[in-house]
Design a protein around this ligand. Structure first.
Ligand SMILES: [Zn+2]
Length: 340
């Protein structure tokens, strides 16, 4: 399976925060095919383990335990009420702007599809979640209830496609399925290593990095690497908001609003990139956190860093990433975690 096929497959899998089962099943199968031993913790994090494959018999220290994390969950829309004429009112799971989702097709776990609309006559400046609803193409509450219940969650059903020049991929959930793909690609490319490797696909990141907290505690790593998307500055008006852009390589995490990366981890990733002759950028993200937040504060503290994937149109149904950035990110991860 090539990178595009992998990202498409992961993007299509249903997995809003709290309901990651379908996407987890897809990833678990792939991780097992790559020789990893997988377990699922209480909150639903998928923990994929590879024991050291080479050991320095002279070494007295135990092998280093490394945790690599990308989140499986996506944004979602939870049904809060069904009107008498069968329209669905909803709230959001994660950071969603109402202007980004008007006219959008959505899909529920059971395959039921619908479209988001705003109340007739709503002006753009007045758009809010109270004025949005999902139309299932029914005309009565009882009919809608055959397909959907209060508490069910819809995901974006927008397409995943490659740009005309073959360089970019657009889809609803590059955040963070593109980084899940990056981890799975890295898991195929690992060298022999004395390190004890835990690739963790976390849950509930979009609602406050909840899965990462229990995963970090459970694995109890010596060092952690986080893989998530970051805003790119190569969009009109985006120059001031971000430090990296798409197409110029993966970005080494320096900080986000939840973690200041450990200098030794930053240096290790940058040195690995240099050794591989990979071009990388530096990601300073002033707004928005990652799984690195809870993980670096676990137990007595964990040296934490990571690789960010620059992304256009974050948290919209048309998130756009550069395919080469994903592939080079995978190479960087594979080398960095084996050599740490
Ligand atoms: Zn994310």
């Amino acid at each position: 399976m090539n990178t595009v096929e992998l990202v498409k497959l992961l993007s299509k899998a249903y997995g809003p925060s709290g309901w990651e089962g379908q996407v987890r099943d897809v990833i678990k199968k792939m991780a097992e095919d790559r020789g990893f031993e997988c377990r699922v913790d209480t909150l639903g994090n998928l923990i994929c383990h590879r024991a050291p494959t080479s050991a320095d018999n002279m070494a007295e220290a135990a092998p280093q335990k490394l945790l690599m994390a990308a989140h499986m969950d996506s944004l979602g829309l939870m049904v809060t009420r069904i009107t008498g004429d069968g329209y669905l009112k909803f709230g959001k799971l994660g950071g969603i702007a109402p202007m980004d989702i008007v006219g959008l097709p959505v899909r529920f776990a059971n395959g039921t599809v619908g479209t988001i609309h705003a109340n007739s006559g709503t002006e753009a400046k007045d758009l809010s979640f109270d004025r949005l609803y999902i139309d299932l193409g029914v005309s009565k509450k009882e009919e809608a209830e055959k397909y959907v219940k209060v508490g069910d969650v819809a995901v974006y059903d927008s397409p995943c496609y490659v740009s005309a020049n073959g360089k970019y991929i657009t889809g609803p959930y590059m955040d963070d399925r593109a980084c899940c793909a990056m981890m799975l690609l890295a898991m195929e490319q690992l060298e022999e290593s004395e390190n004890d490797l835990y690739f963790v696909f976390t849950v509930q990141e979009e609602v406050g990095t909840r899965g990462a907290q229990t995963a970090g505690y459970g694995v109890d790593p010596d060092m952690a690497f986080i893989f998530d998307v970051t805003d790119s500055n190569d969009v009109p008006g985006g120059e001031a908001d971000a430090t990296c852009c798409t197409g110029k390589g993966p970005a080494v995490m320096i900080m986000d609003s939840s973690v200041i990366c450990h200098p030794a981890v930053v240096a290790h990733i940058e040195e690995t990139a240099k050794a591989l002759k990979l071009k990388v950028q530096r990601d300073v993200c002033l707004v928005g956190g990652t799984d690195g937040g809870p993980i670096h504060k676990g137990r007595g503290g964990v040296p934490t860093g990571g690789v960010s994937l620059p992304l256009r149109y974050m948290h919209t149904p048309q998130e756009t990433a550069c395919i080469k950035d994903i592939e080079e990110g995978a190479k960087l991860i594979a080398a960095a975690v084996c050599r740490a």
